[in-house]
Design a protein around this ligand. Structure first.
Ligand code: PLP
Length: 521
């Protein structure tokens, strides 16, 4: 692990943090906006830094922030690493940089990970710039541009993947010294994000590919795969390791002595989203396969099929390391109270083919803005069934009556200041689901564990800030009545969120504040 060269100067200067008066007053240290002026402790003095919850409340309720913001707990990254070491001691993690490129996250991972999985010149540049040795980078993109291969070559990055013959010819012409890793196709049918449609050599193609490599005089050093992201079946890893073993044998027949097995990424990072007994969760994001279950299967498969310790086993975990580390807080910037007479609404909702969305956007599926049979191209009320509340007064009277059962009568559309074009792009690209939780309602903090909120809960929908009607964060979720200026928060928002967020429609990316609740191993 210690092969990663850390820029000690960088680390020392990051200790130079400026105290925030307000935070000191709540027993906390530190923390400014992230990418602009990273000022976090490396390594952290664990017990003096605030919990995520403390920081959320402090920033949202006491400091009077208005923009959406993240709280990143770098300690969550460290905890994931400790778990990795416990469960998969033989497998060296090469963090997949694309998943979250936050500089503090990367800096936290520098001394932890054996290396980094980069897919482009830009990512390679970033990691080299942070002091990572080129030999600790795998250029894990089977289809690379010539310019980027040249850049990698000129900077000493020689380990790279391929899955087709044209790539071999291209690499041979640019960098005959390359150490090639054959990416094979695996059964990704059980994964939420399937990669097999884009990358990976079919098993029948691997032998001819290796022959081509041999012919070109290229050095092939091993095999890689990626079972897909959000893998729901641990046996997919077992199957993939068996396939890799076959390809190792093919290599041996051609005179290669492979020394690298790369088991890719796809390890789940979400902890809470998977637990059905979490009362805060009104649905499940993915299945319930845990990292531990996958690690048990994978560990056994490696032990069985690759008993030779001379074979180095690496992985390219992305989401696993960062998903639990980021919590996003958003303000309710607007809301729309919607009232729908129970009887008439039933029929019309069915006619509009989506009885799951009790608001005006009846037939809208997140991800497509099609208009249902109700015909609301103008965004108006479907068949005049749903009636918007006209005044806040009547509203207050009704909600004061106590719990309203889900789906009845009334709901709210809440509009918040980050959305699908920003941090929630994971809803589109990563098939994620968002589970809003209440940080404050009617200007008072709400702590879920205490069930302190005695008022009614409604079936609500939550929307992003852009003008696009597909900018929907949650079509249906139970929330109390909240006011403009109240806060929602979303846990486990560290994977494929900020790294792919855009500024569409003129909305800025959400800031990151850091804390750290775990000691280095
Ligand atoms: C994206 C990617 C990863 C990381 O995947 P996760 O599901 O985040 O673990 C690893 N390897 C390759 C080649 C990738 O493209």
């Amino acid at each position: 692990m210690a092969e990663v060269q850390v820029d000690t100067h960088l680390r020392r200067s990051s200790l130079d943090l400026s105290m925030s008066d307000e935070l000191s007053s709540c027993g906390a240290v530190l923390l400014g906006p992230g990418p602009l002026s990273p000022r976090v402790l490396h390594p952290p003095p664990t017990d003096s830094l605030p919990s995520v919850r403390t920081l959320l409340e402090h920033k949202a309720l006491h400091e009077g922030l208005e923009d959406a913001f993240f709280v990143a707990d770098l300690g969550a990254v460290i905890r994931q690493h400790k778990k990795w070491q416990r469960c998969l001691p033989r497998v060296e993690p090469f963090y997949a940089v694309k998943c979250n490129t936050d500089p503090e996250v990367l800096r936290t991972l520098l001394p932890l990970c054996a290396g980094f999985d980069c897919a482009s010149k830009g990512e390679i540049e970033t990691m080299l710039g942070m002091g990572v040795s080129p030999s600790n980078i795998i250029y894990a993109n089977p289809c690379k541009s010539p310019e980027h291969i040249r850049y990698a070559r000129d900077h000493g990055v020689h380990l790279m993947t391929f899955d087709n013959a044209d790539e071999l010819a291209k690499v041979k012409a640019i960098n005959p010294q390359a150490k090639m890793v054959l990416r094979i196709l695996t059964d990704d049918s059980k994964s939420v994000c399937r990669f097999g449609t884009k990358f990976g050599a079919h098993l029948p193609a691997t032998y001819p590919l290796l022959q081509t490599a041999r012919h070109l005089g290229l050095d092939v050093v091993g095999v890689s795969f990626h079972v897909g992201s959000g893998c729901q079946d641990p046996m997919a890893f077992d199957d993939a390791v068996r396939r890799a073993k076959k390809v190792f044998e093919e290599g041996a027949r051609l005179g290669y002595r492979f020394s690298l097995l790369d088991v890719g990424g796809g390890f789940p990072g979400s902890e809470k989203r998977h637990s059905a007994d979490d009362p805060d969760i009104h649905g499940k994001a993915e299945g319930s396969v845990t990292f531990e279950a996958i690690a048990a299967v994978l560990g056994r498969a490696i032990y069985t099929h690759f008993p030779d310790p001379a074979v180095r086993v690496i992985a390219e975990p992305g989401r696993y390391y960062v998903a639990p580390a980021f919590t996003l807080a958003t303000t309710i910037t607007s809301r729309r109270a919607v009232y729908h007479p129970a009887v008439a609404a039933g029929d019309s909702l069915n006619a509009a083919n989506d009885s799951t969305l009790p608001q005006r956007a009846v037939s809208m599926d997140c991800g497509s803005a099609e208009v249902g049979e109700g015909g609301r191209a103008d965004g108006g009320k479907p068949g005049g069934v749903l009636i918007e509340e006209s005044g806040a007064e009547g509203l207050r009277q009704e909600t004061a009556q106590g719990t309203l059962s889900a789906g009845e009568d009334k709901s709210f559309m809440y509009y918040v200041n980050d959305g699908v074009y920003g941090s929630f792009n994971c809803l589109l690209f990563d098939h994620a689901q968002a589970f809003p939780k209440v940080l404050s309602a009617k200007a008072r903090p709400v702590r879920h564990k205490e069930s302190a909120w005695v008022g009614a809960w409604y079936e609500c929908s939550v929307w992003g800030p852009t003008c696009d009607s597909m900018d929907c964060i949650s079509k249906k979720t139970l929330l109390p009545e909240m006011m403009i200026g109240d806060w929602l928060y979303f846990e486990e928002m560290g994977a494929y969120t900020l790294s792919a967020a855009s500024r569409f429609n003129g909305f800025e990316l959400s800031h990151v504040f850091y804390t750290n609740t775990e000691a280095l191993p």
